[in-house]
Design a protein around this ligand. Sequence first.
Ligand code: MG
Length: 258
Amino acid sequence: MIPIKNAREIDKMRQACRTAGSILHKVSDLIRPGITTKEVDQAAADFMSDAGVKSAFLGYRLGHRVFPGNICISLNDEVVHGIGGQRRIQYGDVVKLDIGIIQDGWVGDNATTVPVGIIEERTDQLLRATEHALARAISAVHEGGRVGDICAEIEDEARRNGFSVVREFVGHGVGRKMHEEPQIPNYGKRGSGPKLKAGMTLAIEPMINIGTSDVRLLEDGWTVCTADGLPSAHFEHTVLVTKDEPEILTWRAKTQLK
Ligand code: MG
């Protein structure tokens, strides 16, 4: 069952997502050479506590594993679920920030990829293609459409640029829980999958790789890396399905889209 939110619940989602977007904006602004990923994680925790909200990721359980970070911070070939630590961000890195918060019982989820200074040309193309994939995916969100329409836009944009999509991790419905129905893979067929209805809230999150789509898990049990060590990019918004234009609930002024 895909939850449909009523007007009051949508308003709660709007508030949670607005907070998630503004914290992502503030954390993005801190990214610079020399800062450790732990310092970035701690700053995010401070922004959350200032806003009176909680991390949706801290303490997240997967089997017997418990996620120890406040946000996910993943560098270069790390795809998702990286944990803040002593590593220092360097000029030329690409930093993926994934921030999910719980406000008043509702979850807002969003992510971006921040280039640190001038990055390699192919990596720059990857970031642009991944953010374009997200924009195309969002444009497929409307009542009466299908989940597969969203998936196909992402896969098309990746392929058009000669990139590959990560298959092991997917977008998802989001609301009272971080992961609700439906799953939204970054590949699929137009016209397939569940029908979209007004009041659904979806976290759409293309994860696109320069090289192979294959990934591997690091020994920390969380960090997912590309199998070939080439860079990966990740952008995410939480979006409301309406009868007309989709509403991007995690909208923030700052964007890397060129
Ligand atoms: Mg997500």
